[in-house]
Design a protein around this ligand. Structure first.
Ligand code: IMP
Length: 192
């Protein structure tokens, strides 16, 4: 895949996500977008929301840099594969507690889950590239581990007995849904 190093602006207020993305896109310099009022996430898909953030960033960014938007969520079998695009709202301040409560009495297949991440990058010439990534797993019964964020203390990836919060940020850097989406984005960039 050749090392394509670019500078990019990440249309997110979250500097941690920007740092994470920089580590996922080797050679890239990713800076978070500052200022402005982000549009509400009203899309019905991760792609629409990610593209909405990227387009918003594109409208503000006057320098010849790529702009990247990202949207992600968790999907659980017993919740009809929701909350999906509503994951941030579903979880509120206590994503772990809310999810464990929603799955009370559910065992086995119903606890199957997946994380999804969608990245959209828009060039200064308005060329658009995207990359999607998923991480399959299941929801555990009690929180364990201290790294990561959101649902990580109760998310056990396939073939793992440890949660993502126990596996940690270094593990996430190679294996997370966002890492997979970043690799797909790099492949799309290399293939054009
Ligand atoms: P958004 O992409 O900012 O809309 O947030 C999506 C929501 O999905 C977050 O608030 C988290 O609750 C959840 N989520 C997305 N990615 C992860 C992850 O890597 N670990 C834990 N939770 C995640």
């Amino acid at each position: 895949m050749g090392a394509i190093a670019l500078n990019a602006v990440f249309a997110s207020r979250n500097p941690d996500k920007a740092r994470e993305l920089e580590q996922l896109l080797p050679g890239w310099q990713v800076e978070p977008l500052t200022g402005g009022t982000f549009p509400p996430e009203t899309g019905t898909s991760y792609y629409e929301n990610a593209r909405g953030k990227a387009l918003y960033g594109r409208s503000l960014e006057k320098r010849p840099l790529w702009v990247i938007g990202e949207d992600s969520g968790i999907e659980v079998a017993a919740l009809d594969w929701g909350p999906g695009v509503f994951s941030a709202r579903f979880g509120g301040d206590d994503p772990v507690g809310r999810m464990l409560a929603a799955l009370t009495g559910i065992e086995g297949e119903g606890r199957r889950a997946r994380y999804i991440s969608e990245l959209v990058a828009i060039s200064p010439e308005r060329e658009e590239l995207r990359g999607s990534g998923a991480l399959l797993g299941r929801i555990g019964h009690e929180p364990r581990g201290s790294e990561g964020f959101g649902y990580d203390p109760i998310f056990l990836p396939e073939d793992e007995e440890r949660t993502v919060a126990e596996l940690g940020n270094v593990w996430k850097r190679s294996n997370s849904h966002r890492a997979r989406a970043a690799r797909a984005l790099l492949e799309a960039l290399a293939a054009r």
